[in-house]
Design a protein around this ligand. Structure first.
Ligand code: NAP
Ligand code: G4F
Length: 364
C-alpha cells in the first residue's frame, strides 16, 4: 500500500528535501503551502515541473496556514495521512525577538493545532515535530536528550512549548508523536538570512563584484552544522520505529561563525578580514553561545551517522551558489557529494545530490 505523508513547511529548506526523499521512497506526498502574493515554491518547482517524459508525480499542494485550524483539520480528514511532518515555522531566531507573539502563534501553537486535529479526527497518523537545538539555549555542551531546555529566544520558547505538547499528546492520548531535536543544518537551499548562506552568497557576490562588504554580528557563537539532506532522512527514520521517541540529531562537531567564515573565504581564495564588518543590528538580545550535539541515541537506535562535515558543507554551498550565479565553481563540493552519495539520475528520486536549482549533481 502506498503511504501518504502530509508536510507542513514543504516550501522551506527541509520540506523540499523531505518531499524529494519521501517521493524517492514511493510515498504520495501532500504539502501545505502559505498563500503568498509572490512565488514561494521555488524550492519545489523542479518537482512540480519535471521533464515531460517523466510519469506524473504524486505531489499535491494545498493552501493552508498554521495559524488556523480550519485547513489543518480538513486536510487530515481528507488525506488521512499515515505520517505528518510539522516543519512549518517562523524559524528565524533573530526575527523572533521582533515578532514574539506571531512566533508563538505559528511555531508554538501551530504544532498543537495539528496534534489536536489528529486527536479529534481519530486518524492514525504518526506525527513528527521539528524541534530544535535552540531549545537548549544556555545548557552546557554537549547536549543530548537529557539536557535541560534553557531557551534564549522567543523562537526557542515557542519550540519548547511545542516539544512538550508533542510529549503530552503522546503520553496522554497515546498518539504516535516524536520530536526530532535537530541541530543546525544547512544546504544550498538554506534561507539567505541564516548566517551560513548569508556568507556563501556574499562570497559569490564579492567575486562577481556586486557586493563590497559583508556585515555580520557575533562571530564567536559556535554551532554544530550538518548537511540538510542527511537530516531529513532521520525525520523519516524516527517515524518508522516501533514506538514514538525523541532524538537529538547533529554531527558532534561544533565550530564558530568565525571558523565558517575562514573556511568559506579560503575556499574562494579570499581573505575574510578584508571584507567582513561588524553590524550591531545582527546581535541578538540573548545569544546561544555553544551548541554541540551528542547524537549517541540516534546513532545507536536509528543507525544514523552523517557523512558531511564542515569543510565539505562549505564547499557544497559555495559550488552551488557559484553555479547559480553563472561562475565556474572549484568543484570540490560536487566531488564531496559524489563521493559521499554517488550520482543519481533524477532530482526528485533522491534527496541527496541536488543543487539549489534542483539539478541532480552528478547526472550528465
Ligand atoms: P524554513 O526554510 O524557514 O521553512 C519554514 C517553512 O514554514 C516554510 O515552508 C514556510 O513557508 C513555512 N511557514 C512559515 N510560517 C507559516 C505559517 N504561518 N503557516 C504555514 N507554514 C508556514 O525552515 P527550515 O530550515 O526548513 O526548518 C524546518 C523546520 O525545522 C522549522 O520548524 C524549523 O524551526 C526547524 N528547525 C530547523 C533547523 C535548521 O537548522 N534548519 C534546526 C532545528 C529545527 P514560506 O516558504 O511561505 O515562508
Ligand atoms: O544562522 P543563524 O541565524 O541560525 P540559528 O540562530 O542558530 O538558528 C537556526 O538553527 C536553529 C537550530 O539550532 C533552528 F532551530 C533555527 O530555526 C535556525 O534554523 O545564526 C547562527 C549564529 C548565531 O549565533 C548568530 O548570532 O550566527 C550568528 N550570526 C552572526 N552574524 C548571525 C549573523 N546570524 C545571522 N542570521 N545573521 C548574521 O548576520
Amino acid at each position: 500500500m502506498t503511504k501518504r505523508a502530509l508536510i507542513t513547511g514543504i516550501t522551506g529548506q527541509d520540506g523540499s528535501y523531505l518531499a524529494e526523499f519521501l517521493l524517492s521512497k514511493g510515498y504520495e506526498v501532500h504539502g501545505m503551502v502559505r498563500r503568498s502574493s509572490g512565488s514561494n515554491t521555488q524550492r519545489i518547482d523542479h518537482i512540480l515541473q519535471p521533464d515531460s517524459h517523466l510519469e506524473s508525480i504524486p505531489l499535491t499542494l494545498y493552501y493552508g496556514d498554521l495559524t488556523t485550524l480550519e485547513q489543518i483539520t480538513g486536510l487530515i480528514y481528507d488525506i488521512r495521512p499515515d505520517e505528518i511532518y510539522n516543519l512549518g515555522a517562523q524559524s528565524d531566531v533573530r526575527a523572533s525577538f521582533d515578532m514574539p507573539e506571531y512566533t508563538a502563534e505559528v511555531t508554538g501553537l501551530g504544532a498543537v493545532r495539528i496534534l489536536e486535529a489528529i486527536r479529534r479526527s481519530g486518524v492514525a497518523a504518526r506525527f513528527y515535530q521539528a524541534s530544535s537545538s535552540e531549545m537548549f539555549g544556555g545548557a552546557p555542551p554537549p547536549q543530548n536528550e537529557n539536557s535541560p531546555f534553557l531557551p534564549h529566544s522567543p523562537y526557542a520558547c515557542a519550540k519548547v512549548y511545542a516539544y512538550h505538547m508533542t510529549c503530552n499528546y503522546r503520553d496522554g492520548y497515546g498518539l504516535y508523536a516524536s520530536n526530532g531535536i535537530l541541530f543546525n543544518h544547512e544546504s544550498p537551499r538554506r534561507g539567505p538570512n541564516f548566517v551560513t548562506r548569508k556568507i556563501t552568497r556574499a562570497i559569490v557576490n564579492i567575486m562577481s563584484k556586486s557586493q563590497d562588504l559583508l556585515y555580520l554580528g557575533n562571530l564567536d557563537a559556535c554551532r554544530d552544522w550538518g548537511f540538510t539532506p542527511e537530516y531529513v532522512e532521520t525525520m523519516w527514520l524516527m517515524l518508522q520505529q516501533d514506538s514514538p521517541d525523541d532524538f537529538v540529531i547533529g554531527t558532534g562537531e561544533s565550530h564558530s561563525v568565525r571558523k565558517f567564515l575562514e573556511c568559506a573565504f579560503d575556499y574562494a581564495g579570499l581573505d575574510w578580514e578584508e571584507y567582513v564588518r561588524f553590524d550591531p543590528r545582527y546581535v541578538r538580545p540573548v545569544e546561544v553561545n555553544a551548541l554541540l550535539a551528542d547524537s549517541s541515541k540516534a546513532r545507536e537506535i536509528l543507525g544514523w551517522s552523517p557523512k558531511i562535515g564542515l569543510e565539505e558543507l562549505v564547499m557544497i554551498m559555495i559550488d552551488a551558489d557559484m553555479s547559480a550565479a553563472g561562475l565556474d565553481p572549484p568543484g570540490h563540493g560536487y566531488e564531496a557529494l559524489r563521493s559521499a552519495f554517488g550520482s543519481q539520475s533524477f532530482a526528485y528520486r533522491t534527496s541527496v545530490p541536488v543543487d539549489n536549482r534542483g539539478q541532480a549533481v552528478g547526472s550528465e
